[in-house]
Design a protein around this ligand. Structure first.
Ligand SMILES: NC(=O)c1ccc[n+]([C@@H]2O[C@H](COP(=O)([O-])OP(=O)(O)OC[C@H]3O[C@@H](n4cnc5c(N)ncnc54)[C@H](O)[C@@H]3O)[C@@H](O)[C@H]2O)c1
Ligand SMILES: CC(C)=CCC/C(C)=C/C=C/C(C)=C/C=C/C(C)=C/C=C/C=C(C)/C=C/C=C(C)/C=C/C=C(\C)CCC=C(C)C
Length: 611
């Protein structure tokens, strides 16, 4: 039987998976400008809008299957797959479902008991908590960049979402408060009202973001590692592709500095970028900034009914419906190589599975440091580690509070840095706060809200502590963060807490299987935009000499936040779309040209080496 744990990030029991409405068309619920959902603060709630009776989770994974450690279809040893995906984070699931939709037979192997990784959920005392971010980009019903919506649609799934009228509220030093309204004009007017002398600069910087977003939004998004597709896009949309090529090696901070001089406004742009990349604007690729700073106004930030964890559950169900498989409690310990080609994987319990291709959704540090048993780090990996280091992990607090502690019309997402801009990137400096029950009250018992608070923290702070000191440290740091929130936003917060669970970087490492609990890669120095970020193929373990003649693919691919374009749920979804396209081409499900491939992959590899 599944052993119950009391640490954060673990569902309370198989019976307490969040329930999800039966699939229904994507619907953006209307919202009243200036007012918010429900009548928070009074304890009176709007009618439950969230989960209906049928738990989608059960459709994905029955209690018996969970106990047996298998998904549907019993034991799969001996079967041969087109692709094995290690890990069911959003990156892995999008790859798997896209491949299944193209007709491939896929096996997803997930170490944990439910799908989703950092986009998973857990339940406690009637609260349904998102493990990671509750800020969902790419989840609208328009354009080409709604990649979450498209990923669900590819396997016949749709979900109901709730639009967030204010995508973020910044609480910054010198009492600067900026609300990022869903309507772009409202946001820009608010920002200009705080910095009237920088009106031109503001319009130019965010104008450049729109150039990027509009170019991205006009393309059909597939693998940039597939030359037939890439040349086709250049042919169809030359200006848009050249715009993207122009911004590819640039960072947001440098562009902001071309137009803006006010140091406080530049610091605000740093904070905007920190959310996108966990580093300041000078180190944030302009393409990523353009994508996020505009999608929040174009498609908007939309929250899925039933919580973020409902997305991977729906994808896992769609995958199974397409005839592919997912196994839980399947801890991959080895990628099996034969003649320098990845041919399968071995699990910690000794089971082996074989396939044409292997795709790792584990971080690159885990993939190349633990799963691949090779003596020397492949040259491309060494190059990646030269440019990128592991971003710190997170200290997170999941709380249930009495509803009356929140003032009426409280926003859903907040970023708090009270006194000193210099503390933006310091451990425990900036605080991220999401209150998803502002949008979907059904995630908490009547009269209560969820507060999900997180801040950066390094695993080094937590290593080697005896259990008692570890618990005391969690208590001290969480008390301090709650005190800061009490001072800045919610007087009386501490006494309103009815449930609290604290996770440290060790918790993230343990439950998300991420090396040092890292949030993802961050550039060591100022990067050349996105130029150095690896795509999905891994360069052959054979000598580079062969690369012009042999396809530089050894059957192993990576997907997730340590691949182009980096951290973020929407970013890993794009990584999944790219990966699935490249793999499908390599196994004959999409068009490809081996000769062009070899030259193109070599060229991209050279670009990365000069980054
Ligand atoms: N606090 C937050 O807001 C937060 C925290 C972390 C990540 N995130 C978001 O999620 C993104 C990451 O998504 P992702 O898809 O790259 O990865 P992920 O970490 O979400 O998922 C990886 C999955 O692979 C599984 N896995 C890892 N090693 C395995 C092994 N050896 N065998 C079997 N399964 C294994 C893990 O259990 C996990 O489910 C981040 O960039 C970030 O945007 C958010
Ligand atoms: C190839 C070559 C060389 C060239 C060519 C040119 C071209 C064509 C190019 C193209 C390109 C492309 C297509 C690109 C794309 C890109 C993309 C899609 C991107 C995306 C991105 C995204 C991102 C980054 C995202 C992110 C997000 C995030 C991170 C989020 C987060 C959140 C959080 C943390 C939460 C917060 C909270 C609070 C505050 C509460």
């Amino acid at each position: 039987m599944l052993r119950m744990e009391t640490l954060a990030l673990l569902p309370a029991s198989p019976g307490t998976l969040p329930q999800q409405k039966k699939p229904c068309p994507l619907v953006l619920r209307g919202f009243r400008a200036g007012s918010r959902w429900g009548s928070r603060g009074t304890g009176v709630r709007t009618p439950a809008r969230g989960p209906a009776a049928s738990p989608a989770a059960k459709a994905v994974l029955s209690a018996e299957e969970r106990a047996a450690g298998t998904g549907r279809g019993g034991r799969e040893e001996g079967e041969f797959y087109d692709a094995i995906v290690i890990g069911s984070g959003m990156g892995g699931l999008v790859t798997a479902t896209q491949l299944a939709a193209k007709g491939a037979r896929v096996l997803v192997l997930e170490k944990y008991v439910i799908p989703g990784g950092s986009s998973g959920f857990y339940e406690r005392d009637g609260f349904t908590f998102d493990v990671g971010s509750s800020v969902m980009f790419g989840f609208s019903d328009k354009g080409n960049l709604n990649l979450i919506t498209q990923a669900l649609a590819a396997v016949g799934c749709t979900m109901e979402v709730i639009p967030d009228p204010t995508t973020m509220c910044f609480h910054l030093p010198d009492n600067l408060t900026v609300r990022v309204h869903r309507e772009y004009d409202d946001f820009i007017s608010e920002l200009i009202s705080k910095f009237p002398h920088e009106k031109d600069g503001i319009l130019k910087f965010y104008g450049d973001c729109w150039k990027i977003f509009n170019a991205l939004n006009s393309l059909e998004l597939k693998s940039l590692e597939e030359p037939l597709y890439l040349f086709g896009q250049f042919f169809k949309k030359p200006l848009e592709c050249l715009t993207l090529a122009y911004y590819l090696p640039q960072n947001a901070g440098a562009i902001a500095r071309k137009y803006i001089k006010d140091p406080t406004l530049l610091s605000f742009i740093d904070a905007e970028c920190f959310i996108v990349s966990t580093v300041d604007a000078l180190r944030t690729p302009m393409i990523n900034a353009g994508m996020v700073l505009c999608d929040r106004h174009f498609g908007g930030v939309n929250y899925p009914v039933g919580g973020v964890g409902a997305i991977p559950i729906a994808l896992a169900k769609g995958l199974v419906d397409k005839g592919s498989k997912i196994l839980y409690k399947a801890n991959v310990t080895n990628i099996i190589l034969e003649n320098e080609k990845a041919i399968g994987v071995r699990l910690s319990d000794g089971r082996e599975f074989f396939s044409k291709t292997v795709i790792s959704n584990a971080t690159r540090w885990d993939t190349f440091g633990k799963l691949l048993k090779v003596n020397d780090l492949p040259k491309e990996e060494a190059n990646f580690q030269r440019i990128y280091v592991k971003a710190p992990s997170f200290f997170s607090i999941h709380m249930g509070v009495k509803a009356e502690v929140l003032p009426p019309d409280t926003d859903c997402h907040h970023f708090i840095l009270e006194d000193d801009w210099a503390r933006l990137e310091d451990p425990y400096g900036s605080i991220f706060l999401s209150i998803p029950t502002v949008l979907d009250p059904s995630l908490a018992p009547e009269g209560h809200h969820i507060l999900h608070i997180f801040t950066t923290s390094s695993i080094d702070d937590w290593k080697g502590l005896p259990q008692k000191e570890y618990e005391e440290k969690k208590q001290i740091i969480s008390d301090e963060i709650i005190r800061r929130l009490e001072n800045k936003l919610f007087p009386g917060l501490k006494s309103s807490i009815v449930f609290k669970e604290v996770g440290s970087p060790k918790t993230h490492r343990r439950f998300l299987a991420r090396d040092d609990g890292t949030y993802g890669p961050m550039p060591r120095h100022i990067p050349k935009g996105l130029l150095g970020m690896p795509f999905n193929t891994t360069v052959s373990l054979l000598s580079h000499l062969f690369m012009l003649f042999l396809q530089s693919i050894d059957g192993l691919y990576c997907v997730g936040d340590s691949c182009f374009p980096g951290q973020g749920v929407i970013a890993v979804a794009f990584s999944g779309v790219m990966c699935a396209h490249r793999v499908a081409a390599d196994i004959g499900l999409e068009k490809q040209s081996p000769i062009l491939d070899a030259a193109h992959l070599r060229l991209l590899s050279w670009f990365r080496s000069i980054a």
